[in-house]
Design a binder for this molecule. Structure first.
Ligand SMILES: [Zn+2]
Ligand SMILES: [Zn+2]
Length: 394
């Protein structure tokens, strides 16, 4: 049976996958600069005899076609970029690039997909259909490698019937995987706001237009967008983490500068909310004699796991891992550029547990102490291979 063969191959190649992960981990590269990582992936694909093509500069796309007759296509996606963080872990595979670290597990996703590719090449005679491997750059930075790969045609010729992707999750034990049907991750927009007034002596408010008080009103009022205008069933987040009023005890400043984030799980609501926030902030500032420059930088869209595909994928995961190792996920209001695939194709993005509390491996992603329990890789390579052949109807 194909499941047993995949499990056996996963065991056999596990050490190579770990070695690849450690190589990539120790040579991290920032978004849009994944030159060495991309060359490493290309070399590994060459060794496997898999043809590949470059896309979006450092991205790669490759095809593995099974020998049984089928014209179904499934795409498997990994991201390759690292973050501007200095690694604090004292491990043999510690980052060798100062100030850059694979703190979001993209080294894990890339090495895992190479492992899956190895398994699938060994099993070509056992399945029908085509597996499209997507190694994309720049998940961590706007406009997102996924959007560029899609623009350059990664989802065409051949067009995948489904796109699958995985991401490490340090809150789930290694060996377990998590799924969620429907809305899963949020759209994320950056807000840059300047509230303008007229500064002056703090003792003479009647001569000034105080942008600090105007800002206070705006900050409170904007929460109405979340609490009164969004349906209670429609998850929405508005947070301002930066508020600068650079006056003094007795100085009212000319302006106040704000930065914040707006997150949602519905594209129609997202667009409406942008207009409402801008109108409200401008209106309040104007009514108090000031003005407001409300800039929104659009980030990734929200991520939706297509229900039918996700149900099938989850069932296959239970079959491969055992029911006890498959969990349900909550909505996660962070963003992920996999969302772009999910907006134009049937897609499923699932989580790979990487936690091992007994070894102290518990740090969140995007922190200097993030690491994974590498044992998780044995299941992740096999699971993705199994999900692919099952999705292809084998
Ligand atoms: Zn990240
Ligand atoms: Zn990530």
């Amino acid at each position: 049976m194909i499941k047993q063969k995949i499990q056996e191959l996963s065991k056999n190649i596990f050490n190579d996958v770990v070695a690849n992960r450690r190589h990539i981990h120790s040579h991290p590269e920032l978004s849009f600069q994944e030159v060495e990582t991309s060359a490493f992936v290309a070399k590994k694909l060459d060794e496997l005899g898999i043809g590949w093509e470059r896309m979006a500069d450092n991205g790669l796309v490759a095809l593995i076609t099974g020998e049984k007759p089928s014209d179904k296509v499934v795409a498997l996606r990994a991201d390759m970029d690292a973050l501007p963080i200095t690694e604090a872990n004292d491990v043999p595979y510690k980052s060798q690039n100062a100030g850059v670290m694979h703190a979001c597990g993209h080294d894990v996703h890339t090495s895992s997909l190479l492992g899956t590719a190895k398994i699938l090449t060994e099993l070509k005679s056992e399945f029908g259909g085509t597996v499209k491997l997507i190694f994309q750059p720049a998940e961590e930075r706007l406009p997102g490698g996924a959007s560029l790969m899609i623009k350059e045609g990664v989802l065409e010729n051949p067009k995948p019937d489904a796109v699958l992707g995985q991401h490490v999750m340090p809150f789930i034990d290694a060996g377990k995987f998590g799924f969620r049907s429907g809305q899963y991750m949020a759209s994320t927009d950056e807000l840059y706001v300047t509230v303008k007034g007229k500064g002056g002596h703090g003792a003479q408010p009647q001569s000034n237009i105080d942008p600090v008080i105007i800002t206070a009103h705006i900050l409170i009022a904007l929460q109405q967008v979340v609490s009164r205008m969004a349906a209670p069933t429609n998850p929405t987040v508005l947070s301002f983490g930066k508020v600068i009023a650079n006056g003094a005890t007795n100085v009212i400043p000319n302006e106040v500068y704000l930065e914040g984030t707006f997150r949602a799980l519905d594209e129609k609501w997202r667009a409406e909310a942008h207009i409402k926030m801008k109108k409200m902030a401008e209106g309040i500032a104007e009514s108090m004699g000031g003005s407001c420059d409300f800039k929104i930088l659009n980030g990734y869209p929200f991520l939706i796991n297509e229900p039918k595909l996700t149900a099938a994928t989850r069932a296959h995961a239970e079959d491969y891992l055992g029911k006890e190792n498959v969990l349900d996920l909550d909505i996660w209001m962070a963003a992920e550029d996999f969302a772009y695939y999910s907006q134009v194709a049937d897609a499923c993005f699932y989580r790979m547990g990487t936690r091992n509390e007994s070894r102290g491996i518990t740090s969140a992603v995007h922190t200097p102490t993030f690491d994974i329990e590498e044992k998780a890789l044995e299941n992740s390579i096999g699971l993705m291979a199994y999900l692919a052949v099952k999705q292809l109807g084998n």
